[in-house]
Design a protein around this ligand. Sequence first.
Ligand SMILES: Nc1ncnc2c1ncn2[C@@H]1O[C@H](COP(=O)(O)OP(=O)(O)OP(=O)(O)O)[C@@H](O)[C@H]1O
Length: 627
Amino acid sequence: MMTTILRRTPTIATARTFAAIETFLINHHSFLGTPAPELVLPENGAVGGEARFYTVSALKTKLGPSYGYQVRDLHAKSGPLSFRASTPLGAQFAVEYSSEESTRRSGDDEGLEIAKLGIAKEIVSALANKGISKLFPIQRAVLEPAMQGRDMIGRARTGTGKTLAFGIPILDKIFKYNAIHGRGKNPLALVLAPTRELAKQVEKEFHDTAPGLDTICVYGGTPISSQMRALDYGVDVAVGTPGRVIDLINRGALNLEEVQFVVLDEADQMLQVGFQEDVEIILERVPKKRQTLLFSATMPGWIRKLTQNYLKDPAVIDLVGDSDQKLADGISLYSIASDSYGRASIIGPLITEHAKGGKTIVFTQTKRDADRLSYAMSRSFRCEALHGDISQSQRERTLAGFRDGNFNILVATDVAARGLDVPNVDLVIHYELPNNPEIFVHRSGRTGRAGKKGRAILVYTQDQSRAVRTIEREVGCKFTELPRIAVDSKSIDMMPDMGRDRFTKGSRFGGPSGPGFSRSGGFGRSSSYGDSSGQMGRSSGPRPGRFGSYGDSQSGGGFSGSSSNRGGNFGNSGFGRSSGFGNSDRSGGFGSSDRSSNFGGFGSSDRSGGSRNNNSSRFGSFGDDKF
Ligand SMILES: Nc1ncnc2c1ncn2[C@@H]1O[C@H](COP(=O)(O)OP(=O)(O)OP(=O)(O)O)[C@@H](O)[C@H]1O
């Protein structure tokens, strides 16, 4: 109670605050049957005579320790003076750039000097502490329209700084807004991300960039109560995964009525079927008058059409454009053929040869393969697995250990494909073909970030060679073929089961090449990468061609371009609205164009409770543990 009184108290507390506290103490202690402590007014901090104003810090010093009460300021951190009590009237952000800056902007292709942009000093110095003093191209391109309040679709290659591209203008605007209106309890910005790890990373980048603002990251797999408490103290920015955000809304803990900025990071994934329903539930709670920003390194054609539902007159900032090359510049690509049995055994030699002591991420299609491969490799290397069936606390420990260099090889499902920014990942190995070209771009993009160089190696079976060419065409890249690595039977025996059942689920590239391939109804390997039980499909919405495979269809496997609606129970993987890309008229080629959802099975929830008030519950959850 006292905490609440003081938390809701402006930085300057009046005698009224004291009266409220006094009453509380008397009532509370009479209830306990103990004498109420005498309230000692602070000597310091009084402003003016009889008005008796006291600083909150004086109150905290005096009252907190003396009486054993926890006393907190409004939000966890100190902010600008005054308290924003009313609902804001909409964006009131005027940003002037210095003329010097304007000149620079129109000129050369050097990064803009952040210190000269009129951005809040705190942001400038926080960025400088991180060694960031000039904007990257996407940041430069986004800044002005973002500052003008434009909705936006932003595309730039992996590792080119998209987080700060939307982060800097939003944080700057919040600083300026708070300076005028004071700080409020409800967030002004909401950032949605598809995985917990990415949400955490984005929140950390926001926090590091604006330490004076309060940011929170909300995601499943962690106690909701602490997130509710933190929200109750008030935040400026909420970052989270959709499931947990909805939970918090339903529990009345997260109020989005004051949100003025919404970001969908990895927008093409956030708007894939499954996530999209959750995103829509959330957007219904956000004021219509807002600025919405969609960012990703990949923006398939369908997304542009879909965004009309979410964006008003968006500025499209596309630094990839029609360029054939969709990968980040510094990534060298290699491919290597292997048969299914031998593929696990060649990973070690590939790492030894190509990682050169740096970090490696090996991407598998299934959680089971991630576990098995990491287990098998752990006999010779220090490595760990990361996927959605691992407890959240272990996921966090694993990622932290990988970042810190406690081990250098991470074997992960596509839960790690998007957004993760781990320094010094020198090598990415696609242990199996990804489900679609977007995922290939994102997986590969875990290396070669922020101007650094990196390598990505695609392992394929001989009968997937057509699919490899298709990737080259779609991604605008060229693989350098590595010589086959001879594998002796002893090392295969050390990798029991690896590769034997790959095609019972998993990649939509490539035809069957190993025993254990089982197809149901002709396209059973329809892509779920969780082992999670699939739910039903849903028939709604005219989204074509999402079942296409781009396998080599020697065996008739390339199911291409069902014109179907969403969903269906295909194969053994549950939810089948996965992934085609390519033309539906190309049998066995990429399914036509659209919505290349790459995930089939619905994993269990990112939501730890709360009611779902919407038909999307029929899908089970789309939490990130589906990967
Ligand atoms: N202006 C800058 N100067 C130096 N480093 C920067 C700058 N902007 C961002 N970075 C760094 O570049 C790295 C990549 O940034 P970020 O993760 O935002 O990339 P991204 O474009 O979002 O990548 P992805 O598409 O994989 O999500 C981060 O480590 C970030 O701190």
